[in-house]
Design a protein around this ligand. Structure first.
Ligand code: AMP
Length: 269
């Protein structure tokens, strides 16, 4: 695996490769990242992974500074998975140039996480746009765990008529149905047990909805989550994945975001 921290050197290396797949990450790699990378390595000619914790998508500095970093272990994982290139840029390498594409932020950004994290999605689209202008990949692989992010990046790519295929990837979960997430490294044992309880409540709730044993009652489920150990609940919403609105059919996911201590967790199923 070749490591690049400088975009000019990277571009020189990959300029003759016309079929490169890209997996953007913020590092602290786990089994979720691994499945995206494995898929890319299996299905593409060359794979490039980026590790960049983007300050522009964090609302506060403390959260940014405390984002988990496990660089040595990340390198081991990437080598094991036979990744071709790692791009680990500095802040200025990403932000010291003018972009060609116009940042497009679809109105879906105003829902769900958008109501609680001002400027977050603009920050995400800004950095992903810069990364794709540098790398010029043919494919970009993104996780469905961050469905809103995936959707908004796809819309930005379509609006700018970029020739990049967006590949949505399934969410990888542990035996308790908890989606792997870098931030979970920050939970202690007690908080981990609470997370297991919370996910159980949410799963039961969704299953009962499908069996029509219950009706959607946000206040009740929010109370149940707080009782199970959540510190704060940002949202719990049912969304039709096609219309992105409240479901009228039986095809929907339960989207949620909550805090355990200072750790924010999002997922949908
Ligand atoms: P992050 O490093 O959190 O920015 O995530 C990088 C990519 O990995 C994004 O496309 C995420 O949606 C994806 N991802 C994160 N967690 C998981 C997971 N548990 N399963 C599958 N993909 C994931």
């Amino acid at each position: 695996m070749k490591l690049f921290t400088n975009k000019k050197k990277l571009q020189k290396e990959i300029k003759n490769i016309n079929n490169i797949s890209f997996v953007p990450t913020m590092g602290a790699l786990h089994k979720g990242h691994e499945s995206l990378i494995k898929k890319s390595v299996k299905e593409s000619n060359k794979t490039i992974v980026s590790i960049f914790v983007n300050p522009k998508q964090f609302e506060n500095k403390k959260d940014f500074n405390s984002y988990p970093k496990t660089y040595k272990n990340d390198i081991k994982i990437l080598k094991k998975l036979k990744v071709n290139y790692l791009y680990k840029p500095s802040y200025s390498d990403i932000y010291n140039f003018r972009t060609k594409n116009k940042i497009f932020v679809d109105k879906f950004s105003k829902k769900l996480c958008g109501q609680h994290r001002k400027g977050h999605f603009k920050g995400v689209i800004n950095v992903v746009n810069r990364l794709i202008e540098i790398i010029k990949p043919k494919k970009i692989l993104l996780g469905k765990k961050d469905f809103q992010q995936l959707y908004l990046i796809k819309k930005h790519i379509e609006k700018n008529r970029l020739n990049i295929k967006v590949v949505p990837c399934k969410t990888i979960r542990d035996k308790n149905f908890i989606a792997y997430s870098s931030r979970l490294r920050k939970l202690n044992r007690y908080q981990n047990l609470n997370l297991i309880k919370i996910i159980k409540v949410l799963r039961n709730y969704k299953n009962n909805l499908i069996c029509k044993k219950t009706r959607y009652n946000f206040n009740k489920i929010k109370r149940d989550l707080l009782y199970a150990g959540a510190k704060k609940v940002d949202y719990i919403e049912l969304i039709d994945l096609k219309t992105l609105k409240k479901p009228k059919r039986n095809v929907y996911n339960l989207f949620f975001a909550f805090y355990i201590g200072k750790v924010r967790f999002i997922d949908n199923f």
